[in-house]
Design a protein around this ligand. Structure first.
Ligand SMILES: Cc1cc2nc3c(=O)[nH]c(=O)nc-3n(C[C@H](O)[C@H](O)[C@H](O)COP(=O)(O)OP(=O)(O)OC[C@H]3O[C@@H](n4cnc5c(N)ncnc54)[C@H](O)[C@@H]3O)c2cc1C
Length: 420
């Protein structure tokens, strides 16, 4: 019988599994599908060392009006989904007020500071260096107003959190990315982030590291998790599997299991899409480029150029709506010459979010041998390795290398599990 069953084999679950294994635990990693085939497959592949500020709810009136009109490409909402979202979004708005947000950034930034170094160690151990570029990424500005605000914030982040950047004028950007077809107002080059040319393959490489170390992977359904004896049992394709401890690393699906166990966490999702395009001979994209004012990102991947979209507020199973993707593609083709689409249908996934923009990492308050690792929102790839190490340390009784208190489930009223 394994010591621990980790439920969910996205980037977060796999990193937790590796770190537990390194600390002497016999680990069973369970997913209902192949590891790394959901959110951790389709993201933009950036390990965002610059991302010390999690994505806040806009508070500026002009932006709110634009979002309410529901015609922008950076975000869209499905009207019928809003009542379901309302409680979490109200909290999201509340936490995004300047004073509260400052405190959140102070909690969050130490995690981000270790994002590249923690992945670097796993990437080396997994022999996955061929998937990685170490050239950072670029934030492109179309207007001077947006550029100047971002430059001022980048200066503050350099001072307060040691985030390195270079400011590029139009000519500098043209030198860095000669194939771009517009003259931008400027750009920020985030120097330290690493980028992954195939995020799904990185998860696969980490899984290989885990199995080479003696770990086991099984297909199973986390919704069958139940308390049994002094531990937990989950149904897998090889029959029921039991372990003394369980970790929930289910990304956007965490709520399906936590609710059954009595927790009422204010989790919500932001859907996102990607489409990939054949590279055109002679046209290069040296680094991912985020067209922040339009609201899409282009990233050079192993297969071609990947376009990822911003946030969509809709039920996970609601029919896909490609308006953001199609609109972004039209603008992207003006920015960079893109070849044919590589797939018939786009990929869709969902960012697992919390209203205070911080992940939930730590012990499940009402169950001694259950642990949480979800809610990493826009930065799950970035933070997967950091979360893996922190939770691994906590679970075996070591002092975590960073303070985990700000990430405890108890911070939410529904995080304590009713009736226990
Ligand atoms: C368009 C887009 C772009 C993004 N770009 C970036 C980026 O550049 N950088 C970054 O850091 N982050 C990015 N993100 C966010 C990042 O992808 C996520 O935060 C991260 O992948 C979440 O990882 P996870 O392991 O928590 O979840 P997942 O990768 O979704 O893993 C959860 C796993 O749980 C499994 N599961 C679910 N239900 C069950 C069940 N009942 N039984 C068993 N298994 C189950 C799933 O199959 C899945 O494998 C992006 C997200 C999107 C949508």
């Amino acid at each position: 019988m394994p010591d621990v069953v980790v439920l969910g084999a996205g980037i977060v679950g796999v990193c937790v599994a590796i770190h537990l294994q390194r600390r002497g635990r016999d680990v069973l990693l369970v997913d209902r599908t192949e590891p790394g085939h959901e959110t951790s497959f389709g993201n933009a592949g950036i390990i965002q060392r610059e991302g010390v500020r999690p994505r806040a709810f806009p508070r500026n009136f002009k932006t709110l009006l634009r979002i309410a009109a529901n015609r922008g490409l950076d975000s869209r909402y499905e009207l019928s989904a809003l009542p379901g979202y309302a409680p979490a979004l109200a909290q999201y708005w509340w936490h995004s007020a300047p004073e509260r947000y400052r405190k959140i950034v102070a909690d969050y930034a130490p995690l981000i500071a270790h994002s590249v170094s923690e992945h670097a160690e796993l990437i080396a151990a997994a022999g996955a260096g061929d998937l990685i570029d170490k050239k950072g990424w670029t934030l492109l500005f179309r207007t001077e107003e947006r550029r100047d605000n971002a430059y001022a914030e980048a200066d503050r982040d350099a001072q307060e959190y040691g985030v390195e950047h270079a400011k590029l004028d139009a000519a500098g950007l043209a030198r860095a990315e000669p194939s771009l077809r517009i003259r931008a107002a400027g750009a920020l080059h985030w120097i330290e982030p690493w980028t992954v040319r195939d995020p799904g393959a990185l998860v696969a490489a980490y899984v290989a590291l885990f199995t080479q170390g003696g770990g086991t992977v099984a297909v199973g359904d986390a919704r069958t998790l139940r308390e049994s004896g002094s531990g937990w049992t989950v149904d897998t394709s090889a029959g029921p599997a039991s372990a003394a401890e369980a970790v929930l690393a289910l990304g956007p699906w965490a709520g399906e299991v936590t609710r059954k166990l009595g927790y009422h966490l204010p989790l919500f999702i932001k859907r996102g899409y990607h489409r990939e395009y054949r590279e055109v001979p002679g046209v290069t994209l040296n680094r991912p480029v985020l067209d922040i004012e339009t609201g899409f990102l282009l990233a050079p991947m192993r297969r071609g150029i990947r376009l990822t979209t911003g946030a969509e507020f809709a039920h996970y199973h609601a029919p896909q709506n490609h308006s953001q993707l199609d609109g972004s593609e039209a603008v992207a083709r003006q920015l960079l010459e893109l070849g044919d689409r590589l797939d018939d249908a786009p990929w869709m996934g969902a960012r697992p979010c919390t209203p205070d923009m911080k992940p939930v990492v730590g012990r499940a308050p009402a169950h001694r041998s259950l642990w949480f690792a979800f809610g990493h929102a826009h930065h799950g790839l970035t933070l997967g390795a950091v979360t893996g190490r922190l939770l691994g340390e906590l679970m075996v009784g070591e002092t975590p290398f960073l303070n985990l208190e700000p990430f405890a489930a108890e911070r939410f009223r529904g995080g304590k599990a009713r009736g226990r």
